[in-house]
Design a protein around this ligand. Sequence first.
Ligand code: HEC
Length: 152
Amino acid sequence: MHRPIASVLIAATLATPAVAGDPTPTDLVDYRETYFEGLSKHMKAIGMVVKGKVARPADLAGHAQAIAAVSDHLTGLFPAGTGPDAVPTTEALPAVWTDPDGFKAKAAAFSEKAKAFAAIAAKGDLEASKAAFFAVGKACGDCHDTFRKDDH
Ligand code: HEC
């Protein structure tokens, strides 16, 4: 959804702030989906660079750092009470809450790959960065296979 910036800013200014520390389940789902969209946009931008669609190899380090920097936020975005029972629009499967150890393991694997990629991308080696980038993408998919609805 695209709204003119001015109307977004006005809406943000006029909105009554929610009580701090008391977000609704829908707010939490909205926030985590926005988080994942951010990851996805960085991944897409990196993909365009490594495929040579744009000649901006020096951008890789920043995108990789951004992903790595927020990679540890992931498990905290799924508190109890934000599953499909509470928020039907969520794409998270109940397994996130019934198999928390499995979910944490996938999140930890993702974070590890993201940090490894950031370290390699910082050295500016495009070829070495590619393999590390694909490993991050695989870690995203590995988690989605088990913990995200597969209907899109
Ligand atoms: C540990 C598990 C896990 C990892 C790792 C993970 N995701 Fe997800 N992702 C999910 C779950 C669960 C959802 C569903 C969230 C919801 O709808 O509440 C999701 C949702 C998404 C969405 C949809 C957001 C929306 O607007 O509905 C995108 C896009 C996405 N992930 C991209 C990524 C990318 C890119 C990566 C890796 C860089 C990644 N994810 C890593 C579990 C994961």
